[in-house]
Design a protein around this ligand. Structure first.
Ligand code: NAP
Length: 285
């Protein structure tokens, strides 16, 4: 039976550290500030934004919400980002994705001051991650590394397999495992012999977006299985990319969905906001 990696507990401890650090920064006259921009009325985005605002309030981070109608033009959105770039009380800017059709998300991200890009999606930050000289790490992959570390699991020298190569999860995930000296293989929809490659993994990260995609025959006994997926099963119930019921008895460690990677994403966003505030205010660690 696998040991369950409790994302809620790890996230709570990261948030507690964040709250302590925010209090110490306030004593030195700096209150970290995050602006969250939401365009349109996607219900899932609304939930994410509410959760982010709540997490800021709980940890003492100042936050502002900018809720714009779906009819917002590209220029109006860019103008807002420019205004936020110039606001000294705002250290982090997050534009909630997806944006409504017709808006160019990449152009909006490029407009964000890279030092305020707490999602780490700006090309400058992506490049920094590539060469290992970064300020921010993208929240979900950074959360995965934190979960692995929380169990005292060594990544160095391990065979790591990431299924998925998206710009927001798969690719940066692979890069972070590499920076931690893992031996990394990236799989995708054109990969041949996927199950055999996955069976070699000491650490298997699934970021596919397909419910219960990773089956028991794809997992090495004792492997660390990290499930990034947030999918719906045949009954519409939230589930992950891993067939938990069948994989769990074979794995060494496993993250549940919900309660695994999900809670870590916001915790890492809070941490990035602190980093941004330190960068911009010149405060040292
Ligand atoms: P995405 O952009 O759709 O990427 C999915 C990746 O999976 C692609 O690289 C794709 O390969 C690969 N793939 C699809 N079918 C495959 C197959 N049959 N065999 C092997 N690889 C296959 O998705 P994403 O944005 O990375 O998100 C992945 C999952 O993570 C989703 O469930 C999403 O909801 C979840 N997620 C969770 C969090 C969180 O906070 N927990 C955050 C972000 C995302 P190709 O490149 O060849 O098409």
């Amino acid at each position: 039976m696998a040991k369950l990696i409790d994302g809620k507990a790890v996230s709570a401890s990261v948030r507690a550290q964040v709250a302590q650090e925010v209090a110490a920064m306030k004593e030195k006259g700096v209150t970290p500030g995050l602006a969250v921009v939401i365009v349109g009325d996607d219900p899932a985005s609304r939930t994410y934004v509410n959760n982010k605002k709540k997490a800021c309030a709980e940890t003492g981070i100042y936050s502002e919400e900018y809720a714009l109608p779906a009819s917002t033009t590209q220029e109006e959105l860019l103008e807002l980002v420019r205004t936020l770039n110039g606001k000294p009380d705002i250290h982090g800017i997050l534009v909630q994705s997806p944006l409504p059709k017709g808006l160019d998300e990449e152009a909006v991200i490029e407009e964000i001051n890279p030092q305020k890009d707490v999602d780490a999606f700006h090309l400058q930050n992506v490049g920094r991650i590539m060469i290992g000289n970064f300020h921010f790490l993208p929240c979900t992959p950074a959360g995965v590394i934190e979960l692995i570390r929380s169990q005292g699991i060594e990544i160095a020298g391990k065979s790591c397999v990431v299924i998925g190569r998206s710009n927001i999860v798969g690719k940066p995930m692979a890069m972070l495992l590499l920076h931690n000296n893992g031996t990394v293989t990236i799989c995708h929809s054109k990969t041949k012999n996927l199950a055999a490659i996955c069976r070699e993994a000491d650490i298997l990260v699934a970021a596919v977006g397909r419910p219960k995609f990773v089956t028991e025959d794809m997992v090495k006994p004792g492997a660390v299985v990290i499930d990034v997926g947030m999918d719906r099963d045949e009954n519409g119930k939230l589930c992950g990319d891993v067939d938990f019921a069948h994989v769990e008895p074979k794995a060494g460690y496993i993250t549940p969905v919900p309660g695994g990677v999900g809670p870590m994403t916001i915790a890492m966003l809070l941490r990035n906001t602190i980093t941004a505030a330190k960068l911009q205010s010149g405060l040292k660690d």
